[in-house]
Design a protein around this ligand. Structure first.
Ligand code: ADP
Ligand code: ADP
Ligand code: ZN
Length: 233
């Protein structure tokens, strides 16, 4: 299966992407994670994009598309993959479509997580992750069972917060989402690929709703889609 997970910053894409990737045995390709790794490595590209990523704006599509096009040629993507945070504008959606058609592949579904802006600010303000295994946490919604210890890998004192998870940067990122990313919803709806999931629900219920959509597709059936009506953004 080839799946795109789309939603505003803090909607729960990373949280759900990890679960989907585990359940269906496909790699999770997060452009945000890939860019943060490049920045941490301090290579040429990392230096070039650092200020852009930390400001909350989008990295130029040419760079982003090339990075993903190369990544999906890797052997672990042969049986499908989950794109988390890509595409983020129509130019990237077109780049993906071209790359897939050249490889004789098709996108199976675009799952949109719908969450309102006030909730996003709260989710982002409380977000932290384990530096060792990337498990995601939240000050209020998902605390580790033992303080300062990762539930997933047991690492102690290894939690980190993102440089762009500040209230000012969140505002920029939300504006970027509404202006540049939201148009891809109509793009995918017109191709009958869009499935909307209520991302305001608790994490497990969101996972259940996504699985219901993906299980239908995995079984080779057509999911029920509201083709034609305007997507909720
Ligand atoms: P969020 O968790 O807020 O959705 P991500 O981790 O997906 O954020 O992305 C963090 C930052 O990385 C973005 O604000 C942007 O600067 C950059 N980025 C990630 N994906 C893309 C993309 N597809 N196109 C351009 N820039 C991107
Ligand atoms: P994204 O990748 O879309 O930016 P994350 O998956 O990192 O979003 O989630 C943002 C924050 O919100 C994290 O701290 C995560 O633990 C928390 N979170 C994710 N999904 C939910 C949910 N359904 N309800 C409450 N908090 C959530
Ligand atoms: Zn961990």
């Amino acid at each position: 299966m080839i799946i795109v997970l789309v939603g505003p910053p803090g909607a729960g894409k990373g949280t759900q992407a990890r679960r989907i990737a585990d359940k269906y045995g496909i790699p999770q390709l997060s452009t945000g994670d890939m860019f943060r790794e490049k920045i941490a490595s301090g290579d040429e590209l990392g230096k070039k994009i650092k200020d852009i990523v930390e400001s909350g704006n989008l990295v130029p599509s040419e760079i982003t598309i090339q990075m993903i096009v190369e990544r999906i040629k890797e052997p672990d993507c042969a049986n499908g993959f989950l794109l988390d945070g890509f595409p983020r504008n129509v130019e990237q959606a077109e780049g993906l479509e071209k790359a897939l058609s050249e490889a004789g592949k098709n996108l199976d579904a675009v799952v949109q997580l719908d969450v309102n802006d006030d909730e996003l600010v709260e989710r982002i303000s409380g977000r932290f992750t384990c530096a060792c295994c990337d498990e995601g946490y939240h000050d209020k919604f998902k605390k580790p069972a033992v303080e300062d210890t990762c539930d997933a890998c047991g690492a102690e004192g290894q939690f980190k917060r993102r440089a762009d998870d500040t209230p000012e940067k969140v505002k920029v990122r939300l504006d970027v989402y509404h202006d540049q990313t939201a148009p891809i919803l109509a793009y995918y709806q017109s191709r009958n690929l869009l499935d909307q999931v209520d991302g305001m629900q608790d994490m497990d219920k969101v996972s259940e709703d996504i699985s219901a959509v993906l299980d239908t597709i995995a079984a080779g059936d057509a999911p029920k889609r509201k083709n034609g009506s305007n997507p909720k953004i």
